[in-house]
Design a protein around this ligand. Structure first.
Ligand SMILES: *Cc1c(COP(=O)(O)O)cnc(C)c1O
Length: 474
C-alpha cells in the first residue's frame, strides 16, 4: 500500500469529538468519568492510525468509508472502557472438580456465613464491645467457646491463616530454643510456606531427626536436651510417602513429650471436624480426635476441609494459648470482623454434623453421591448441546475430582464430567477463551477435550456457563 493510499485512509478516521457524539459512546459518559472515555477514544484512534501506517493488509479498507471507521472506533472504545472498569478480582466458575482450589479462593462459604459477613460489614457491630457490661470485649469472644466445644480443647485463638498460626505458636513456645521435627514432615505448602523457613522466622531452631521415610519414637528421645522447647508433628497433608515407612504418631509424641515435661504441637493443616471416611474419602483423624490424643497445641486452616474463611485456628492447653494471646505478633496477624463473622457462622453449622454436611459447600461437594453427579452432568450436557448445535460434540463421561488445598492428595473422587470436543479450535484454545469469558470459566483439558466437572459447578451456574461458552464459540 503506497503512502498516498495510507494518507487517504487516515483521512477517513473520525475526530475525537465525532466519536464522542456517537450514541453509544455518549451513553458511556453518563456512567463513567469523562476523562476515562476521552482517553480511551484517543488511544483507540492512535492505535488504529498505527495499524493503517504499519499494516499492509489494509488494502481491503480502500473501500471503507468514514462511517465504517466511526463505528469501529466506537465499538473498540465501548469494549475497552467496559473491560477497564471490570473488577480485577471477579467471579470464576470452577469446572475443574478441584474442591479446594487455592488459585480459585479455596472454600466457599455457607449461606449463613455469607449473610453474617454481609451484616457485619453493612452495620456497626460489637466486635470489641461486651454488650452486657458496656466495657471493652475481645474479637475472639464469639469464636473461642465454639471452638472449645467442637474440638474438646481448653482454649482457642484464631489468626490470619494457618501459616501465621504455626509462626505464632513456634515463636511463643520455642523462640531461641530447639524444636524437634521428623525429616519426613518438613513439608512445603503452596510454595511460600516451608516448615524450616517458618521455623527460622519464628526464632526457633529446627532439629531434624530420622530419615525421610522412617522416624521412630527413639529418634525423638535421643534428640531431647536441655535446649529443647517443643516436639512438633506436621500432618503431611499434601503428599504421601508409601512403601517402607514409619511415622511416629501424635499420641506417641505426646507420651515422649510428657515423659520429658516438654510440650507437643500438632500442625494439622487441613483439619476436619467430620470423619469423611464415612462418605468414601480417605480416613484421617478429626481435629477433636487429635486434641483427645493429648498434644498441647493443635493448628489448622479455616478454609481447607473446615470449609470456612481464610484463618489459622489454634486450639490447646490454656497456659499456651494465653501466652500466645499476649505475644505482640498476635496483633500483627489478627483477624478482621469479616473473618470473625464468617467463622462464627461456619462453626455454628458444625453443632449438628449432618446439618454441616448439607450446608457447608466444601463438605457438600466432597460427599455428593455419584448418582447426583451423573444427573447434574446430564442436565448440563443438555443445556450445552442445545446452544452448541453443530459447533461442538457434547457428551457425559466418567472422571475423577480432587479434594485440593493440599488435602488428601491420594483421594480419587469418582465424578461425572461434560466433555466438549470443539470443532473449529483446539481444546486448549477453547479452555483459554473460557477463562476470558463473562463469567470466566476454569475447565480441564484432557485428550483434546474440554471437561466440565459438575462436582464443583452449582446448578445455578449452568446457564451462565452456557452463556460464556456461547460467547466464546460464536
Ligand atoms: C495448608 C497448610 C498450612 C498453611 O495453612 P494456610 O491456612 O494456607 O496458611 C500449614 N501447615 C500445613 C500442614 C498445611 O497443610
Amino acid at each position: 500500500m503506497d503512502h498516498e493510499t495510507k494518507e487517504k485512509i487516515l483521512r477517513l478516521l473520525p475526530s475525537v469529538d465525532e466519536v464522542l457524539r456517537n450514541d453509544r459512546v455518549a451513553e458511556l459518559l453518563f456512567t463513567y468519568p469523562r476523562k476515562l472515555v476521552v482517553d480511551t477514544v484517543r488511544q483507540m484512534l492512535s492505535c488504529e492510525r498505527r495499524n493503517i501506517l504499519t499494516q499492509n493488509g489494509y488494502e481491503k479498507n480502500k473501500k471503507k468509508n468514514k462511517t465504517f471507521f466511526l463505528d469501529l472506533i466506537a465499538v473498540k472504545t465501548l469494549d475497552s472502557v467496559h473491560r477497564s472498569v471490570r473488577p480485577k478480582l471477579r467471579r470464576v466458575i470452577n469446572a475443574t472438580g478441584v474442591v479446594l482450589h487455592t488459585n480459585l479462593g479455596r472454600a466457599l462459604l455457607s449461606k449463613r456465613a455469607r449473610q453474617a459477613v454481609s451484616e457485619v460489614t453493612a452495620s456497626y457491630s460489637n466486635l470489641e464491645l461486651n454488650l452486657d457490661t458496656g466495657k471493652r470485649g475481645s474479637r475472639y469472644d464469639p469464636l473461642e467457646p465454639l471452638l472449645t466445644t467442637l474440638t474438646g480443647a481448653e482454649a482457642a485463638l484464631v489468626v490470619n491463616n494457618n501459616a501465621a498460626a504455626v509462626l505464632l505458636a513456634l515463636g511463643t513456645m520455642a523462640r531461641g530454643r530447639e524444636v524437634i521435627v521428623s525429616r519426613g514432615q518438613l513439608v512445603e505448602i503452596g510454595g511460600s510456606f516451608r516448615i524450616p523457613e517458618v521455623m527460622l522466622q519464628s526464632g526457633a531452631r529446627l532439629v531434624e531427626i530420622g530419615a525421610t521415610n522412617k522416624t521412630y519414637p527413639d529418634d525423638y528421645r535421643k534428640a531431647v536436651n536441655e535446649n529443647t522447647a517443643l516436639l512438633l508433628h506436621v500432618h503431611t497433608s499434601n503428599y504421601r510417602i508409601i512403601g517402607f515407612t514409619r511415622e511416629t504418631t501424635v499420641s506417641e509424641l505426646v507420651e515422649i513429650g510428657h515423659s520429658f515435661s516438654l510440650p507437643v504441637m500438632s500442625d494439622l493443616g487441613s483439619g476436619s471436624l467430620v470423619d469423611l471416611s464415612v462418605y468414601g474419602l480417605p480416613w484421617e483423624l478429626t481435629v477433636q480426635e487429635v486434641v483427645k490424643s493429648g498434644p498441647d497445641v493443635v493448628t489448622f486452616s479455616g478454609d481447607k476441609l473446615l470449609g470456612g474463611t481464610q484463618a489459622g485456628i489454634i486450639v490447646g492447653k490454656r497456659r499456651y494459648i494465653e501466652k500466645m494471646k499476649k505475644n505482640p505478633l498476635t496483633r500483627a496477624v489478627r483477624i478482621d470482623k469479616m473473618t470473625v463473622a464468617a467463622l462464627e457462622a461456619t462453626l455454628r453449622e458444625y453443632l449438628d454434623q449432618e446439618h454441616a454436611i448439607r450446608e457447608i459447600p466444601t463438605l457438600k461437594m466432597l460427599t455428593v453421591s455419584i448418582e447426583t453427579l451423573q444427573e447434574k452432568a446430564s442436565g448440563l450436557a443438555a443445556i450445552l448441546a442445545g446452544i452448541l448445535k453443530n459447533q461442538a460434540e457434547v457428551s457425559v463421561e466418567n472422571g475423577n475430582s480432587a479434594v485440593g488445598g493440599g488435602a488428601m492428595p491420594t483421594a480419587v473422587l469418582p465424578t461425572a464430567v461434560v466433555a466438549i470436543i470443539p470443532g473449529e479450535i483446539s481444546a486448549a484454545e477453547l479452555q483459554a477463551a473460557l477463562r476470558q469469558g463473562e463469567p470466566a470459566v476454569m475447565a480441564r483439558v484432557q485428550e483434546e477435550k474440554v471437561l466440565f466437572d459438575v462436582r464443583t459447578i452449582s446448578r445455578v451456574e449452568f446457564e451462565p456457563l452456557a452463556q460464556t461458552l456461547a460467547q466464546v464459540l460464536k
